[in-house]
Design a protein around this ligand. Structure first.
Ligand code: MN
Length: 283
C-alpha cells in the first residue's frame, strides 16, 4: 500500500499515476483529549484505516499524482531520528572536504550515536525547501527513512523490522558548519519526507534498495542501502536503546557520498527503489 497526505490534509491511496481520495477512512481515528498521546494517530491505526481505505477506494474520486500537492505522509512524528556518517564513502568525502568537516575529525555512527531533528522541520514533496539567509553552504542529503509502526523500547534485532510499518524517501537538508547537527539540520523545511509512505510488504528487502539524487537533472548521489554501516534493523535496535519509539517516529538512515550544495531555484530529484521519486524545489 502507498499512502499519502495531500492538498488540504486529504488522505490518498497511490495507484500508478493516480491518487485515490480515501479521506473518509480517517473517520476511524479516535478523537483525543488532552494530553495527546505521543506519535502519529494515522500511523498508529494504519492497519485499520488502510483496510477501510482499500474497501472504499473503488467508489472514491481519483486525481493525477501530478495534480496534487503532496504533504509529508507522517503528520505528527514525535521524533525525527537521524544517523550521522552511516556510509563509509560519505565519511571519506567528509574527511577530504573542509567545507563539510569544518576542521572536525570525522568519525562514523558508532562513535557519534544518533541525533534528533526538530519534528517541525518536516515538509512533504510538494512543498519547498526554504534556505535560510545565512552565509553558509547548504547541502542535500538523500536518505531512506524507516517509519516506526508500533510503540517499542529496547528492541531485539530479530524483532526490529516488525516495528517498522514502511518507508519513505527523506531529504536531510544540512547547513555546513561547526555547530551541533541538531541545530544545522533542524531549520524549518529541512526534513522532506515523501512522496508517500510505502508499507513494508511492498518495499521488500530494505537492505537492498538503490537510492539516488539529482540536482537539475545532474546526478549527484547514487548508492544502495547495502552500503549502510548500521543497517536498518541495527538502527532500530540502537535508537530504541535510548528512546521509546512511537508510531510515526522516523529514522533517517544516513546519506551516501555525493553530498553537495544547493541554491534557490534548484530542483532536487530523489529516487529510492520500490518507493518512487520526488522532485523538490529549493527556494
Ligand atoms: Mn543525513
Amino acid at each position: 500500500m502507498r499512502i499519502c497526505r495531500f492538498n488540504d490534509n486529504r488522505l490518498g491511496l497511490v495507484r500508478g499515476d493516480l491518487v485515490v481520495d480515501v479521506t473518509p477512512a480517517l473517520d476511524l481515528l479516535p478523537s483525543y483529549r488532552w494530553p495527546l498521546p505521543y506519535g502519529d494517530p494515522l500511523i498508529a491505526h494504519l492497519d485499520k484505516v488502510g483496510r477501510r481505505a482499500q474497501e472504499i477506494a473503488s467508489s472514491r474520486p481519483a486525481l493525477p499524482v501530478a495534480a496534487v500537492t503532496l504533504l509529508s505522509p507522517v503528520a505528527n512524528a514525535s521524533k525525527i531520528i537521524a544517523a550521522p556518517v552511516n556510509y563509509l564513502k560519505h565519511a571519506d568525502e567528509a574527511r577530504a572536504d573542509k567545507a563539510i568537516n569544518f576542521g572536525a575529525d570525522i568519525k562514523t555512527i558508532d562513535h557519534y550515536g544518533l541525533f534528533l531533528k526538530s519534528n517541525t522541520s518536516v515538509i512533504g514533496a510538494g512543498e519547498r525547501v526554504k534556505l535560510p539567509k545565512i552565509d553558509r553552504r547548504m547541502d542535500h542529503e538523500v536518505e531512506v527513512a524507516a517509519v516506526i509502526g508500533r510503540e517499542c523500547y529496547r528492541v531485539a534485532r530479530g524483532q526490529a523490522l516488525d516495528m517498522v510499518c514502511g518507508y519513505t524517501i527523506a531529504l536531510d537538508m544540512s547547513v555546513r558548519g561547526p555547530e551541533d547537527r541538531s541545530w544545522r539540520k533542524s531549520y524549518d523545511t529541512f526534513s522532506v519526507l515523501g512522496p508517500w509512505l510505502v508499507t513494508q510488504d511492498e518495499v521488500g528487502d530494505s537492505g537492498e534498495l538503490d537510492l539516488s539524487l539529482s540536482v537539475n537533472d545532474e546526478l549527484r548521489q547514487s548508492s544502495n542501502t547495502r552500503a549502510l554501516i548500521f543497517d536498518i534493523p541495527k538502527l532500530v535496535v540502537y535508537a530504541s536503546q535510548a528512546y521509546r519509539l512511537y508510531p510515526g517516529d522516523v529514522i533517517m538512515t544516513g546519506t551516501p557520498e555525493g553530498v553537495g550544495p544547493v541554491a534557490p531555484g534548484d530542483v532536487m530529484t530523489c529516487t529510492v527503489e520500490n518507493i518512487g521519486s520526488m522532485r523538490v524545489t529549493v527556494e
